[in-house]
Design a protein around this ligand. Structure first.
Ligand code: SAH
Length: 365
């Protein structure tokens, strides 16, 4: 029998094992703390279990973790991790330092269910859903590569995949990331889930307690059907915005709408005016994301002037609007650029405490 991977078990599943082993109930919590708070990878290190219990546990179980990643380092301090999974597939996570924040952008699927025409991951198709422990594993593995005084402060589920197409695993991952007793203790306020708009599942996001970001990207159904066909045909704009209006926002929180700006496709002054109308009555802010180009894609990034004009119209109408800095573009680590593997690898070495340290790049071609 192959050993049980402890990190692949939910808290309830672990509790059931502990019962089967005739151990006291509190033993489950001890083990969970070792996994998520002490973050050990060796059962022998569980020093509050007797030697005999550790030996017994080690005979039946193991602690899985994501294998060593390739790390690509951008000039702007962003790093992209490429993690091999146990079945040989690969996922990417992106670490983004910004002033006092250190944000990790997590993947939730290998590839993606959807087919948004401006997104590289969409072009891979769906290979499979990630399991909860593979989502949490990205956080554990990234943190292991960082010095102790550089904790990851924010998480965004905006990497490869559509999180709400894998909602059960995402919900379970968030439970482990936010649990204050034995988990990673992230405040749900520091976690943002971004969806292309699976409207019927927004309720689940409310239950998870995390921030919701919606990738709107268009202002008419005709346009959205062209840019995001799979999702918009099932959940057209009216349905999506109605679900957003019904979202039970907590006091002092608001929704984020993301809007990828594509030259000539959705970046006109008429689009800006329509967007203002669509946002009426919603407590929200807008993040404009100038398109990040990638080889083979026909869309183009609008000029800075056009991006600023679009923003100015929204601001004039009272919408709080930001332009997302495109970090990590040189390593295909920016929004919409996850999914290909540039032919370079980088030595894995923890960065210095504050400034990103240049990491030597080796070409293995
Ligand atoms: N499936 C989820 C999360 C992944 S995409 C979602 O759609 O929200 C994360 C963000 O990147 C989305 O807002 C998406 O619209 C944006 N995006 C995708 N491709 C992009 C590209 N090439 N340039 C800029 N932003 C892009």
């Amino acid at each position: 029998m192959s050993p049980i991977d402890l990190i692949a078990l939910s808290a309830d599943e672990l509790a059931a094992r502990v019962r089967d082993w005739d151990w006291p109930r509190y033993r489950a919590r001890q083990i969970l703390r070792w996994l998520y708070q002490a973050r050990i990878t060796d059962i022998a290190a569980m020093t509050d279990l007797s030697h005999a219990d550790r030996t017994r546990l080690a005979a039946e179980a193991r602690i899985g973790s994501l294998a060593q990643s390739e790390v690509l380092a951008s000039e702007d301090g962003t790093r992209k991790f490429i993690f091999p999974l146990e079945d040989g597939k690969r996922i990417e996570s992106v670490l983004i330092p910004d002033e006092d924040r250190l944000t990790l952008c997590l993947s939730t699927q290998v590839g993606c269910t959807l087919d948004c025409t401006f997104c590289l991951t969409g072009q891979m198709g769906l290979q499979r859903n990630l399991k909860a422990h593979e989502i949490v594993g990205q956080v554990l593995a990234a943190q292991r590569l960082l010095p102790e005084d550089r904790p990851i402060t924010n998480l965004v589920l905006m990497g490869m995949g559509e999180p709400l197409a894998n909602a059960a695993a995402v919900e379970e991952a968030i439970r482990r990331l936010t649990n204050q007793t034995w988990g990673l203790c992230f405040s749900p306020r520091r976690i943002t889930l971004s969806t292309a708009g699976l409207s019927s599942r927004l309720k689940q996001v409310a239950r998870m307690g995390v921030n919701l970001a919606v990738s709107l990207n268009a202002t008419t159904n005709e346009q959205r059907n062209r840019l995001m066909p799979a999702v918009n045909k099932v959940y057209p704009l009216e349905t999506l915005l109605a679900a957003c209006r019904a979202f039970p926002l907590k006091p002092r929180r608001r929704l984020t709408f993301e809007y990828v700006l594509l030259a000539g496709a959705n970046d006109t002054e008429q689009d800006a005016a329509r967007l203002v109308k669509l946002m009426r009555g919603l407590r929200c802010k807008i993040n404009l994301i100038p398109f990040n180009e990638f080889p083979g894609n026909p869309h183009r990034r609008p000029s800075d002037e056009r991006v600023l004009r679009f923003q100015a119209i929204l601001i004039q109408h009272g919408l709080e609007t930001y332009i997302r800095k495109s970090k990590g573009r040189d390593i295909l680590g920016a929004c919409g650029q996850l999914g290909t593997l540039p032919d370079v690898s980088v030595l894995v070495r923890p960065p210095g405490p504050h400034s990103p340290q240049p990491i030597p790049i080796h070409s293995h071609a």
